[in-house]
Structures are given as structure tokens and as C-alpha cells.
Design a protein around this ligand. Sequence first.
Ligand code: MG
Length: 390
Amino acid sequence: MKKKIVILGSTGSIGENALRVATALPSWLKVIGIASRTSSGRLLEQAAEFKVKHIAVADPEASEAARSVLPRGTTLHSGPEGVEELAAMKEADLVLCAMVGMAGLKPVLSALSQGTDVAIATKEVLVAAGRMVMACAARHKARLLPVDSEHSAIFQCLEGKPASSIRRLILTASGGPFSHRRDLDFDKVTAAQALKHPRWNMGRKVSVDSATLMNKGLEIMEAHWLFGIPYDRIDVVIHPESIVHSLVEFVDGSVLAQLSPPDMRFAIQHALTWPERRDGGLPRLDLATLGSLNFSAPDPLRFPCLGLARKAAITGGTMPCVLNAANEIAVAEFLDGTIAFSGIWHTVEAVMNRHKSIPTPTLEQILYADNWARQEARRLCLTTFAKKKA
Ligand code: MG
């Protein structure tokens, strides 16, 4: 029987790759709903190509634009509530959440509340509301399947073994474009340099997060919630080739790793076909051609985001949400040329210092903290941390 899938964020890089996976496995996967924030034109093309009857557009204006050219027989779900409706579709076997940032939170909760398994690519959802999301999944007997390559690797190494069998999780990080460039002045790095990731072809936000290593900081929190491992037992190692996607050290000292070429379809396909494995025609790994794999420790002084993320994680409560929100704004302001590359961590740290964490927040308190941190970060980017005009 075909697995029926809803893709939230189908026009982004994870979403487009998920559709490629669905194309490669037509006997196993059927896409029944797709959603995007603003790209209604591309969404309608995808709907036509994959014969998807239910689409959602989060942005009200883009949604109206789609309505005016909607083909017969296609149902349009409008606004953020429309995306939640799509996530809650009774027919869905699996919802893939690949929407950027906090926009994914409510749809993930609505899918889990239906008892529908969620393949989660939006790490921000777990960073900001990990406790709530995991509790919701447990309450409704729904599963969260990792799509992030590192977490997919850990999930595959564990194969259902309990947290008590784990001594340590080791997340690999490519290190981004700057970890080997000790000559660089982080006050002068341009957006184009930060976006040029050496291994992965990803969206703009996650590319910058990889360059600052904030992405790895967010992934530490993601791993904590997905696998129930305390923070002092989650390590990071730089691995520039991005072939080993992460490792698990078990209590007996054995270490298992998952390897594959750096193509995000591996992790996506694993989540979509789980618990089966299928041949989706993905590229093969040739170790002899690769020759060698390298590993080194990250440098916390050059990459302060990793330390800030650990600090937020250990503080807990609303602090990770605040870190994430401030980072999202700071990255956007860096890409717009308002602040320097180093301004990203200065902004995040300053916003965290202004926040008093609420220990066990409600959904409203999380959304409030998120909104507050965004305003605060925006204000600081335009004032204290604004680049001096040349
Ligand atoms: Mg990752």
C-alpha cells in the first residue's frame, strides 16, 4: 500500500527534494497535500505535476493570488490555519514538516494531535518547544522521524535501542565555509561568502547557520529532544567531507556511524519510507575514491554560537526559543547587509542577556517570547550592531 504524505514547505529545498524522492518511488509514496508560505506559483505547478488535490498557502496575499487561478477539483486551504488543516488531514500517514522556522510549530502539533507521524526537518520547532512537542507525540502515540541528516544517522544507528544503551551522541559538522579559514576577519565576511557552503546545497538561512555553527548548536537541542540524551553527553566533531553523518557511542564502548554521500535525499527518503528501506536510485558511496576522511574538534572561540546554544539549552525554558528567534532575525539582517557576520552572535547574546527564562512555558508563552526576541533583535541590529556606513 502506498504511504500518503503531506509536505509542509514543498517549495523549499527539503520540500523539492522530498518530491524528487516521491518521483523515484511511485509504488510506495503518494503525495496528498502540499503547503508553502508564499510561493503559490511553484506550489500550483507541483500540484499539477503530482496530482495533489489539497494545497495550502500560509501568506494571505499569496493565497488570494493562488485562488484566482486555482484549477477545478483542487482545494485551497488559506492562511496559517490552512496549513494546520492540511497537517491534520485524516487520510495522511505521514506529515513532512519542512517549513522554515516557527511557522512549523502549530502544524506539527496539529498533525501529532491526530496521531499522525511527523517527519521533522524544521529543527526550530524542537529547539523552541521540544518538551511540548515530545509530550504531544507521546500523548497521541505518534512518532517524530528525523529528517536532519545528523539525526537521521543517529536514528539509524540506534534502530530502536533505548536511551539507556547510549553513552554519547557525536554530531558531525562540516564546519561550513570558514572553519579552515583562520585568516578571515568575521567583521568583513560577505553574505555571498557565507552562503557558499562547501558540501551541501541548502536554503539561505541554514547555510548561514552552518557558517556560524549555530546550526550545530540547534542540532544539539534537536538531538536532546529526539533521543532523550542529556546535553553533557552530546558532542560535536568537525568532519569536512560530510560523509559520516553522525555517530553513537554505546555503553559497551562500541561506536556506530551512518555514512552516505552528502545528498539530503538520503535522510528524507529514510524518513518517508521508514521502517522499510527502498531503492530510490540515490548515488552510491565509493570509499576507495574518497581515500580519507578527516575529523577535528570545533574551535569555540572562533565560533561563539556553539557556546551560546549550549548555554541556552542548559538554561532551558523559553531561552532556546529566544536564542533561535534572535538568530533568525540576525541572520536575515546580515543577509540584508545591516549587520556584520560577527553581529549575528553579538545580537543573539545581547537578546539572551535581556531575557529571563520561563522554566516550563505554555504555547502562548513560547510564542510571546519568540515575538519579543524578534523585536529586540531587530532593534539591536538597527542600532547597537548596525554596520557603520563606509
Ligand atoms: Mg543537519
